[in-house]
Design a protein around this ligand. Structure first.
Ligand code: GMT
Length: 374
């Protein structure tokens, strides 16, 4: 098949899933064209059968806000025609789903039937897409795509509830490549200064939804009891909050800011525990990546997270904002070596059993085939 993929190129989960999916599809023999305003973070080189097409953003004084969605739709139609795409897969409803439908319409006027597949990733339903400024467009996009996927059962229910959707929504979970998680640790994180020192890790885009304050507060409680350090990976609006809180708690010398990276597995190889206390999370790809590296996760019992992490088996879940419960779970696990090892092994096994890309990518391929035959 010839597949177009449009996604956010930044370090968010939707862009990561879209890029890894495209690379696996190309590896399996499909032609894949990525279309975005910049090369996706995990597309550092172009493997065979993969191309990248950049949406030009040109400023013009009359246009106070550049109409990116229109430029994107034109580019999608152009690439679909040049590359003779069968399917255009939009990752995230706003603006990609809507732009893909515009491209479909452009090609229809040229007697070509381009199939549009839309994957909803989470915030395009729970935070952004349901905003009054976008809601009618989001609903129209979901209703008119040739196929729609969601990344969890939670997100399916939430989409139906918020947008009164009647059509089929296929649940296709996020995935990992187990081999990636067998890599050597990244030298950018030094080894612990003592055997007993524990490494706590958090990776995100540092947006309010990730509750960075809780990450710092949980770590502060852990470090009262255990020799430990916190590795923060990523960047975003609340990175400064993390720095300030570290100073406030007097633990700043035990917090290491790594910034944005393209591969997280070599960092996770240094972690003993992963924290994800988000206020909502439709799946929690980064928690799955931690599990694949054999790292137990402590997370909020919210959204799609319970579909990924099994409480008291691969990690611990607590109500959103319950810093006391999360830190107590963390301390208990880190103090009990046998239990910690068992959780890590279970986490890795569950990640491989349920979320290996070899199980998940074929589900997308089947969906494309069904869309093409519809
Ligand atoms: O988590 C974010 O803020 C980034 C966001 C995105 O769209 O890039 O992630 C969403 O998509 C991921 C991949 O499907 C999911 O694993 C995340 O749970 C989801 N984030 C939220 O629902 C908050």
């Amino acid at each position: 098949m010839r597949i177009g993929i449009c996604c956010y190129p930044s370090h968010g989960g939707s862009g990561v899933v879209a890029t890894e999916l495209g690379k696996h599809l190309a590896n399996g023999g499909h032609e894949v064209a990525f279309i975005s305003y910049a090369a996706p973070l995990r597309l550092t080189e172009l493997p065979p059968r993969v191309s990248f097409h950049e949406v030009e953003i040109e400023q013009y004084p009359l246009l106070k806000h550049f109409p990116y969605t229109l430029a994107l739709a034109s580019k999608l139609a152009e690439v679909a025609e040049i590359k003779e795409l069968d399917v255009l897969h939009a990752h995230y409803a706003i603006p990609f789903g809507a732009a893909a439908l515009l491209a479909k319409q452009i090609l229809r006027d040229r007697d070509r039937d381009l199939k549009v597949v839309l994957t909803l990733h989470g915030t395009d339903i729970t935070l952004v897409g349901n905003n009054a400024s976008f809601k009618p467009v989001t609903k129209m996009t979901i209703e008119n795509a040739d196929a729609v996927t969601v990344v969890s059962r939670f997100l399916k229910e939430e989409t139906i509830r918020q947008f009164d959707i009647q059509r089929e929504l296929a649940i296709i979970y996020n995935f990992i490549d187990p081999e990636r998680h067998e890599l050597e640790p990244c030298p950018c994180i030094p080894q612990c200064n003592a055997n007993s020192q524990k490494t706590i890790m958090h990776i995100s885009n540092f947006r309010p939804v990730k509750r960075i304050r809780d990450v710092i507060a949980i770590f502060a409680k852990i470090s009262e009891v255990l020799d430990s350090r916190l590795i923060l990976v990523g960047d975003g609006p609340d990175a400064l909050v993390a720095r300030e809180m570290g100073q406030e708690f007097g633990i700043h010398d035990r917090i290491n800011f790594i910034g944005i990276v393209d591969r997280v597995a070599p960092l996770l190889a240094r972690a003993d525990l992963f924290l994800l206390p988000s206020s909502t999370e439709s799946f929690g790809l980064v928690a799955l990546e931690a599990m694949a590296s054999g790292v137990p996760v402590i997370a909020s019992n919210v959204g799609g997270i319970p579909e990924v992490i099994e409480h008291e088996r691969t990690g611990f879940l607590a109500p959103v904002g319950d810093v006391d419960a999360m830190s107590a779970y963390a301390i208990d696990l880190l103090q009990n070596e046998k239990k910690h090892r068992k959780f890590g092994m279970e986490a890795q096994e569950q990640a491989r059993l349920k979320f290996d890309y070899r199980l998940i990518v074929p589900q997308y391929e089947d969906l494309y085939k069904r869309a093409l035959n519809s």
